[in-house]
Design a protein around this ligand. Structure first.
Ligand SMILES: Nc1ncnc2c1ncn2[C@@H]1O[C@H](COP(=O)(O)OP(=O)(O)OP(=O)(O)O)[C@@H](O)[C@H]1O
Ligand SMILES: [Mg+2]
Length: 277
């Protein structure tokens, strides 16, 4: 479980990026943080394992307050793994395998276990065969995958991913969504930020909406995507599927206030609509 209480953070005295954010993510949940560019998503994430220390407020992991001495940070970072928005901030070793091995080696694991974890993590992100490659020669999407593998190899209890699908090709996006679902089924708590509203209903049990350093909404995808005022304040759109059904309603189709969010919900709704004609 991860809890943030009244978090405030300023990059400089003029601009406060977080203005008092409180949220709670329970063990085993899969949540999405939505908000426009500059809302404070990355700033918030960088507090979740103590990379940033707040001006005010606290972070709790499994009920224990995050402390900022070296020893405590090491402990918390083992529990909470963060995949940065920009993979260049994360990848630094001369080869892919050394990069992915770095975290597990630091945990003091035996070499054989480290190798197994590296192999497994690279396979899960579709990067097997790139072990000896130099990360700075990889494409943007490939770097992103390696960065994700590096965190996977640490086997954290909580994975925080800052715009994990940005820069991935369509197949890569689908594969990553599946991987996140799988990891969540394996018990890992997943927190992601994204601008991909079409995908959110597939990989969020709960959504938090951040606007200018403050949370303005929290709820299931159904709840959030049915509140136009929240969507407008956060520069968000409803998923394209939902948009279609809202338009069909204006053509006289009765939706009973229930708009599909995903393709599979849309399919059921179409079948219903056709059967009731
Ligand atoms: N290193 C920095 N120094 C000064 N200001 C910063 C720094 N990083 C971010 N900011 C400011 O803090 C605010 C929040 O930025 P943040 O990166 O957290 O937004 P974000 O929600 O992650 O946006 P995006 O969707 O573009 O990734 C922005 O106004 C940004 O300009
Ligand atoms: Mg960001």
């Amino acid at each position: 479980m991860i809890e943030v209480k009244n978090l405030k953070y300023s990059y400089n005295s003029q601009y406060q990026a977080l203005k008092g954010v409180s949220l709670k993510v329970n063990k085993g949940e899969m949540v999405s943080l939505l908000g426009k560019n500059g809302a404070g998503k990355s700033t918030l994430f960088l507090h979740l394992n103590g990379i940033y220390e707040p001006d005010e407020g606290q972070v709790f992991i499994d009920g224990e307050e995050l402390k900022y001495d070296k020893k405590s940070l090491l402990k918390f970072r083992q529990k909470v793994g963060i995949v940065f928005q920009n993979p260049d901030d994360q990848i630094f070793a001369p080869t892919v395998e050394e990069d992915v091995a770095f975290g597990p080696l630091n945990l003091g694991l035996p070499m054989e276990e480290v190798q197994d974890r590296v192999e497994d993590a690279l396979a899960r992100v579709g990067m097997s065969g790139f072990e000896k490659a130099a990360p700075h020669h990889l494409s943007g999407g490939q770097k992103k995958r390696v960065a994700i593998a590096g965190i996977l190899a640490m086997k954290p209890e909580i994975m925080v991913l800052d715009e994990p699908t940005a820069g991935l090709d369509p197949q890569g996006v689908t594969n990553l969504s599946k991987l996140l679902r799988q990891l969540n089924d394996e018990g890992i708590t997943i927190i992601i930020s994204t601008h991909e509203v079409d995908l959110v209903p597939n990989y969020a049990d709960k959504i938090f909406v951040l606007v200018d350093g403050l949370l303005i909404g929290e709820g299931t995808p159904k709840e959030i995507f049915s509140q136009p005022e929240i969507l407008e304040k956060a520069n968000l759109k409803v998923p394209i599927v939902t948009d279609l059904f809202q338009q069909l309603e204006t053509e006289g189709f009765d939706m009973n206030g229930d708009y599909p969010l995903t393709i599979s919900e849309a399919k059921e709704k179409f079948i219903d609509l056709f059967n009731n004609r």
